[in-house]
Design a binder for this molecule. Structure first.
Ligand SMILES: CC(C)(COP(=O)(O)OP(=O)(O)OC[C@H]1O[C@@H](n2cnc3c(N)ncnc32)[C@H](O)[C@@H]1OP(=O)(O)O)[C@@H](O)C(=O)NCCC(=O)NCCS
Length: 204
């Protein structure tokens, strides 16, 4: 059996641009709130499925279980949290092996691929954490999100203006574990460098 046909095409692909996506913790609540405040009212509506006030967003953040769920964020060089993904892990007594993906990108950073990269990161996380199905709920009028759903090959069910999408996740393997390890380590290093350079450049 030749291994060339399976191995070489993978390595011959151009490396995708690195987008550091950092694991966020309870200590990031303030920066999460700043992120959600930056969304337009239309984006808040698309993200949460209804009009939502600052107070309701604060409640949403306060209710996140940072020990159970996974949150990833993308920071720019000014340490603004420009994109956030929330992977809500099912708390059903009987584990369904499901997690729900929610995402937001601030207006000035939209259309640059961050939403899709966060979705790919969520799939990798799900794969390495025994999650069998990743689901997503969005309004059917949400053009960019529906595009991401179709691009990712999700199964879609739409009714009354709402879309439920799901993706079956394959089990972890060595490349998936190494990929996640590399992405986590490089995202941490990238954030540390951004903090150093941003603080060094800040007027005292
Ligand atoms: C939905 C959202 C997360 C997408 O993030 P993003 O970083 O702008 O998305 P990306 O750049 O990764 O991808 C958007 C894709 O949609 C396409 N697109 C943009 N506008 C579109 C439209 N009106 N109709 C169809 N496709 C559209 C883009 O061409 C792009 O596709 P491509 O990369 O294959 O060319 C972002 O718009 C957002 O935060 N919206 C408000 C909150 C929200 O809707 N959250 C989703 C609910 S879970």
């Amino acid at each position: 059996m030749s291994t060339e046909s399976t191995v070489l095409p993978y390595f011959n692909q151009p490396a995708p641009e690195i987008v550091p996506m950092v694991h966020l913790e309870a200590g990031h609540k303030r920066v999460l709130m700043q992120h959600f405040r930056t969304l337009t009212s239309r984006d808040r509506y698309l993200r949460f499925g209804c009009a939502i006030s600052d107070e309701q967003m604060q409640n949403y953040i306060n209710q996140i279980d940072f020990n159970q769920d996974e949150i990833f964020g993308i920071f720019n060089h000014k340490l603004e949290l420009i994109a956030v993904a929330h992977i809500g892990i099912s708390r059903m007594p009987k584990d369904t092996g499901e997690a729900e993906f929610g995402v937001s990108v601030i207006p000035k950073a939209q259309g640059k691929g961050f939403g899709y990269r966060l979705f790919q990161r969520a799939v990798l996380f799900a794969r390495n954490h025994g999650i069998q199905t990743l689901t997503l709920q969005c309004l059917s009028e949400n053009g960019p999100m529906m595009h991401i759903v179709r691009k990712a090959g999700m199964t879609v069910q739409s009714s009354h203006g709402e879309t439920m999408a799901s993706l079956k996740i394959p089990p972890a393997n060595l490349p998936s574990v190494l990929d996640e390890w590399m992405q986590s380590a490089s995202a941490k290093a990238d954030l540390a460098i951004k903090k150093m350079t941003y603080r060094a450049a800040a007027p005292s």
